[in-house]
Design a protein around this ligand. Structure first.
Ligand code: PMP
Length: 354
């Protein structure tokens, strides 16, 4: 090792899902929305083109227009909303802002695999709490002393939903630490913890445009909580990079957030497809947690997940496979369009028959 290497911050980075180069694949591997963004986004893009010269200017560091649209959608004050470059950016800022204790932060053993990466990066001590045999979060595991708590609801990659009452219990038991509920998938059938932010000043709810709003490519996420939490989060952001969000993302995100009807429509379509997928996958011999997200985490009764993953990939159908303890016999299958799902079932019917 060279001397200077001793002073390098060494990290094992997060591994994102594959983005295959070829166009003609059925992409059910990164929990993207199979439907395009709202048509209002296209109109907003025309506005950007017409005023292209405006791109020479810095964007609004507070992304006020977008923050206002989010606040309007949820009936909040703008001082209760923080926007960032995807929820990954928002969550990273949260780790930096709220997890500064010597005590370990707590999160599930099977969960979004970015949490331990941020904890390592920012040198935050952490302790993983095992999900039970049904892949559920056990709320009592979060009643011990800690430096903060974070979990997704519904959890990823399992899709299991924790009822709002259990979340409230966790928040109530932890008045001395910040509890972050990562609601990346909440719109697909879960009950948001948002109504609790007025009652608990230690609760932060994080959501994203990447799933239910069909805009993963635009990179927009947001946090909602009481004014004081948002102020602390903003102070850290302005100490790191004032212009995290670009002008195009701010304009297009605002347009998407204002189109409630399109959001409701695409969301309902995905939920309906998911419920049909449960029946079809069960009939094919899969078992799974009752997912409330836009994916199903499924294991087959006789064929190993890794084998299926490779066979599907060869057929141009991409799903996600994690070679990790406890979950290495599961496939995480994102809900696509009905046509895409039919292709999946067709392949599986044929493959499993041999
Ligand atoms: N949280 C969870 C649980 C996720 O699965 C994802 C998607 N990878 C994210 C946060 C981040 O999504 P984004 O940065 O696209 O908002």
């Amino acid at each position: 090792m060279k001397n200077w290497e001793q002073n390098v911050r060494k990290v094992t980075p997060y591994t994102p899902g594959e983005q295959p180069k070829q166009k003609k694949v059925i992409k059910l591997n990164t929990n993207e929305n199979p439907y395009p963004p709202s048509p209002a986004v296209l109109a907003a893009l025309d506005g950007i083109k017409e005023n292209l010269a405006d791109l020479r200017k810095y964007p609004d560091p507070a992304a006020e227009q977008l923050v206002q649209a989010i606040a309007d959608f949820y009936g909040l004050k703008t001082s209760q909303v923080f926007a960032g470059v995807g929820s990954d950016d928002v969550l990273a800022m949260c780790f930096l802002t709220f997890f500064n204790s010597e005590k370990p932060i707590l999160f599930p053993d099977i969960t979004y695999s970015f949490y331990d990466v941020w904890a390592e990066l920012f040198r935050v001590p952490y302790e993983k709490q095992p999900l039970n045999e049904q892949f559920e979060i056990v709320k009592e595991d979060y009643y011990k002393e800690n430096g903060g708590i974070i979990f997704p609801n519904p959890n990823a990659p399992t899709g299991a939903l924790l009822p709002l009452s259990a979340i409230e219990d966790v928040v109530k038991h932890n008045p001395d630490s910040v509890v972050i509920v990562d609601e990346a998938y909440i719109d697909f059938g879960g009950e948001s913890a948002l109504p609790l932010i007025d009652r608990y000043d230690n609760l932060l709810v994080v959501q994203t445009f990447s799933k239910s709003r069909s805009m993963a490519g635009m990179r927009i996420g947001y946090a909602m909580g009481n004014e004081q939490l948002i102020k602390y989060l903003s102070d850290v952001k302005y100490s790191f990079n004032s212009y995290t969000m670009n002008a195009t993302a701010i304009a297009l995100g605002t347009a998407a957030m204002r189109d409630r009807a399109y959001f409701e429509e695409t969301k309902a379509k995905i939920i309906a497809t998911r419920e049909r997928a449960k029946e079809r996958l069960a009939a094919l011999g899969f078992s799974f947690v009752d997912s409330r997200a836009n994916f199903i985490f499924a294991a087959h009764k006789s064929v190993l997940a890794e084998e299926l993953f490779l066979a599907l990939k060869q057929a141009g159908i991409y799903v996600r496979y994690f070679k990790k303890p406890r979950i290495d016999n599961y496939l995480r299958i994102t809900i696509g369009t009905d046509e895409e799902m039919e292709e999946l079932y067709k392949f599986l019917e044929h493959y499993l028959a041999h």
